[in-house]
Design a protein around this ligand. Structure first.
Ligand SMILES: *Cc1c(COP(=O)(O)O)cnc(C)c1O
Length: 429
């Protein structure tokens, strides 16, 4: 019997799913070609429906930090499923995971579970508005905070790749309550806040931006936001959906030593299951229903299978801090290999890296914000992407994404990644 190939599946998918994908970032529109359909993954590798294998440098956009099909996580999931996939009532694992999160991320005194990063940021913004009784929020150009209406203004990730930074369907009323500033520009933030004095509920930021490619905060930027928020009575929200439990067990806020009022989490927290969370200062979180007046709910929130998966992953990371050294070491080795290859072929592309996040930008400019990220040669990126894919390395199908290294990537994989990149450079030389 012939099993359906990626091509057949994509043809069928396009008839019944918009664009054939359930999330635009999975489409290959920006790089050319059709998306690949996967059937299995283990460790560092994903296996497609056509019999090919790839080294996975996306890891489900972050969650699979311990590689695919991790035995501890699988076991926790199996055990929980047998107990019942859902109670719709409180259960033990919600408490245990909440306790673990508050231990790992000290700024989070109380936490509410939701089902995605989008839900986490939407809920955190509503809470900030309800708590401060102000309407406006400030976000940064090129930062992505999920697909909530308030955030689809100069958003990164798929919204950037698709060239629809302002999505139809987002009302002008919503857009006017979202203020924008360039990432890494504290002076501009001060100006915007000054001209909206007393009206801003929250500043939301990816402390390390990952959705315009990986862009690090300049020294003093996060600290500057913290002091400004303190002075103006604004709630500082770190969107750590991507960086949480990735840059360290306490996230970017631990690495940079800046304490936000609220934090949003997702991705790694669910170990591949659909989980998000938002949490922070007790006095603010107590404003959430049923304790407080700000409504937020979820039929499947705190789902026992998702909680068990998340707990297995986070407790492993909490108990094995050396994981972060290994991840950084792996990422640096890839970067070093790339740099050497670039030198050999006399190219001076920019690479940004922190911990296990890394982006190669097809520009010689330093990339520190949305404008510099946009200066990249996306056509060259497309060629690079396709070359890597044909060499068995699966990258994010967009220039404007970070890669996410997993602990399953060892020297053998690093060698293949670097030599594939050299092959690409040779092919265009
Ligand atoms: C992925 C991401 C989100 C959205 O999370 P979903 O689970 O896709 O809804 C929000 N913020 C950041 C920083 C992200 O990287």
């Amino acid at each position: 019997m012939k099993i359906a190939t990626s091509k057949e599946l994509f043809d069928r998918a396009q008839d019944v799913i918009p664009g054939g994908v359930n999330s635009p970032v999975r489409a290959f529109k920006a790089v050319g070609g059709d998306p690949i359909f996967f059937g299995k993954a283990e460790g560092a590798y994903m296996y497609d429906e056509d019999g090919n294998s790839y080294i996975d440098l996306i890891n489900s956009w972050g969650p699979m930090i311990l590689g695919h099909a991790n035995k501890d996580i699988e076991e926790a999931i199996f055990k929980a499923v047998i107990g019942s996939p859902s109670f719709g009532a409180p259960s033990r694992m919600e408490v245990e995971l909440a306790e673990l999160i508050t231990e790992m991320v000290p700024s989070i005194e109380k936490v509410r579970m939701v089902n995605s990063g989008t839900e986490a940021t939407m809920s955190a913004i509503r809470l900030a508005r309800g708590f401060t009784k102000k309407d406006k929020v400030l976000k940064f150009e090129g930062c992505y905070h999920g697909h909530g209406d308030s955030f689809l203004i100069a958003a990164g990730s798929g919204a950037m790749t698709m060239g629809t930074p302002d999505s139809p369907g987002v009302t002008e009323g919503t857009a006017k309550d979202t203020l924008l500033a360039p990432f890494n520009n504290i002076e501009k933030v001060k100006e915007v806040i000054a001209s909206n004095k007393g009206e801003v509920a929250a500043i939301i930021v990816e402390p390390v931006a990952g959705n315009m490619g990986c862009v690090l905060p300049k020294e003093g930027f996060l600290e500057g936001l913290r002091s400004l928020c303190d002075e103006e009575g604004i709630i500082l929200i770190f969107d750590e959906v991507m960086t949480g439990f990735r840059l360290s067990k306490g996230g970017a806020q631990e690495v940079f030593g800046v304490r936000p009022d609220l934090t949003t989490l997702g991705k790694i927290i669910g170990a591949g299951m659909p989980v998000g969370a938002y949490g922070g200062r007790k006095d603010i979180m107590d404003y959430v229903s049923p304790q407080g007046p700000v409504y937020q709910a979820g039929t499947l929130s705190g789902n026992p299978v998702a909680m068990a998966a998340g707990y297995a992953q986070l407790s492993y990371l909490n108990d094995h801090p050396e994981v972060y050294d290994k991840l950084e070491d792996t990422t640096k080795k890839i970067m070093k290999g790339y740099r050497k290859a670039l030198d050999k072929y006399k190219k001076d592309y920019t690479m940004n890296q922190i911990g296990s996040m890394i982006s190669l930008f097809f520009t010689e400019k330093k990339v520190a914000d949305f404008d510099t990220a946009k200066s990249c040669d996306t056509e060259a990126f497309g060629k690079y992407f396709r070359h890597m894919l044909n060499s068995g390395v699966y990258l994010a199908p967009s220039q404007f994404e970070s890669l996410f290294i997993s602990t399953s990537i060892e020297d053998k994989e690093i060698d293949q990644i670097v030599s594939s990149f050299e092959g690409y450079l040779k092919s265009i030389a």
